[in-house]
Ligand binder design. Structure first.
Ligand SMILES: CC(C)(COP(=O)(O)OP(=O)(O)OC[C@H]1O[C@@H](n2cnc3c(N)ncnc32)[C@H](O)[C@@H]1OP(=O)(O)O)[C@@H](O)C(=O)NCCC(=O)NCCS
Length: 227
């Protein structure tokens, strides 16, 4: 009887994951808050691999260095980001080495995006922060300019939001963009996010204070879009 009542707690493992999770593992979303932090580290230290129609979402690896450098050195790509363009390939190499350490600690939540058609590493998409207490996360993303305007980020974001709401059971996903980043605003709107707040001169980025727009979507709204 006990098993029967609680059988809903047992769900299949993270689909498409390359990790070693077992079929009977309890979903993250059903864990008590006290256990979530440890579990989140476990999940992300072997970040699950996902596939969408045109992309493989996976751990960022050393072999991605040249492709990552190509877009990270592009000032059009970094224009509305907080970091400066990379100056050398070595800078990107060091950055990836740093990311490996962060993956290993289970505190890095970004997926690398591999474009299936040509095998290129085209960008990243993931959680810039996770708030276990509030059951929320913020997403962030960057894509190589060569692949802009193809709806690729939308495709990646939908998969990651599905993981955030579905597997992790988050109640809200947020995203922010700096004033002028119309492309990013469109990506958020296409994902069903709505404007939540505007912070005038809310952040210092590169050469001055910038206005920051926060968009978000609740789990309820996300699930309604899927019906
Ligand atoms: C923001 C970004 C991820 C968008 O990715 P993408 O895969 O090209 O997104 P999409 O293909 O869905 O295109 C976004 C939308 O912007 C539209 N767009 C293209 N050029 C535009 C412009 N100059 N102004 C406004 N919208 C524009 C596209 O038409 C598309 O809308 P649609 O689907 O309604 O036609 C990508 O441009 C990028 O990586 N930019 C640099 C990094 C960055 O700013 N990251 C976000 C930080 S908040």
């Amino acid at each position: 009887m006990f098993c029967k009542v609680f059988s809903f707690l047992k769900r299949p493992r993270i689909e498409e994951s390359a990790g070693e999770k077992t079929e009977t593992e309890t979903d993250f979303k059903y864990l008590p808050k006290s256990k979530k932090s440890k579990k989140l580290k476990e999940i992300f230290s072997a970040i699950p691999k996902f596939e969408t129609e045109r992309l493989v979402l996976r751990r960022i690896e050393d072999k991605d260095c040249a492709d990552m450098f190509e877009y990270s050195a592009d000032s059009d790509v970094t224009k509305y980001l907080l970091w400066q363009p990379h100056a050398t390939l070595d800078e990107t190499k060091k950055h990836i080495a740093e990311l490996q350490k962060r993956y290993d600690s289970g505190r890095f939540y970004d997926w690398g995006m591999e474009y299936k058609k040509d095998g290129s590493f085209v960008g990243t998409c993931g959680f810039t922060s996770v708030d276990i207490g509030k059951n929320e996360c913020e997403v962030g993303y960057v894509l190589s300019k060569r692949y802009w305007g193809m709806g690729l980020m939308h495709e990646a974001l939908e998969r990651i939001m599905d993981f955030a709401f579905g597997y992790l059971g988050f109640e809200k996903v947020e995203a922010r963009f700096l004033d002028g980043n119309a492309r990013s605003k469109k990506v958020m709107e296409k994902a069903g996010m709505i404007h939540e707040k505007t912070e005038n001169k809310g952040i210092y980025a590169k050469d001055g204070y910038k206005t920051v727009y926060t968009y978000s979507i609740t789990k309820e709204a996300f699930e309604k879009r899927r019906v």
